[in-house]
Ligand binder design. Structure first.
Ligand code: MN
Length: 198
């Protein structure tokens, strides 16, 4: 086995009532695990089996011969990153100096929330909303399916999974409520801060 499912950084009930244990039972144990299992099947006997996950993603991105490996590898990485983007009693306005960075790039924290939510809601179908640092400025991106800013020349700071499997059990079709809750109650700003200085 080349790749493993990393441990969740908290208990399955830690994000309740905002994200339920049921959601994590499916999202982590089933969806995330399946990406790991499929990736291992696809790389078996290839040079990718010996590579770091990040290198597999960078090497296979945009290559139609390796689309399955890219999709599963990127989803393994995106999900591990996403789990760390949340914590118990997270969300709300971060403290300085991160708040200052957000204000420099988005004018106000409220405008950052508006733009992040807009990216999350306008990602048609499955995908991800991201906060990244590019050339010294903070920027919001959205990516479809498994695509990830990891392959771009940016520093990845924060993500919100907007695949339906991330929120359907708790919010059904109400993606806006899920994204509001993510911003107001779940974001792990300590992790964002750590990424900014990595
Ligand atoms: Mn997901």
């Amino acid at each position: 086995m080349s790749f493993h499912l990393p441990k969740l950084p908290y208990e399955k009930t830690a994000l309740e009532p905002y994200i339920s244990r049921d959601t994590l039972n499916f999202h982590y144990d089933k969806h995330h695990q399946t990406y790991v299992t499929k990736l291992n099947e696809l790389v078996e006997g290839t040079g990718f089996a010996e590579m770091e996950l990040e290198d597999v993603i960078r090497e296979t991105e945009g290559n139609k011969d390796f689309i399955g490996i890219f999709n599963n590898a990127a989803q393994v990485w995106n999900h591990t990153f996403y789990w760390h983007c949340m914590k118990k009693d997270g969300g709300g306005k971060p403290t300085a100096p991160l708040l200052k960075r957000l204000e420099e790039s988005f004018d106000t924290y409220e405008n950052f929330c508006f733009l992040f939510k807009q990216a999350a809601l306008t990602q048609f179908g499955s995908g991800w909303a991201w906060l990244v640092e590019e050339a010294g400025a903070l920027k919001i991106l959205k990516t479809p399916n498994a695509e990830t800013p990891l392959t771009k020349d940016v520093k990845t700071l924060l993500t919100c999974d907007v695949w339906e499997h991330a929120y359907y059990l708790d919010y059904q079709n109400r993606r806006p409520d899920y994204v509001d809750t993510f911003l107001n109650h779940l974001v792990n700003w300590d992790f964002v801060e750590k990424n900014l200085h990595s």
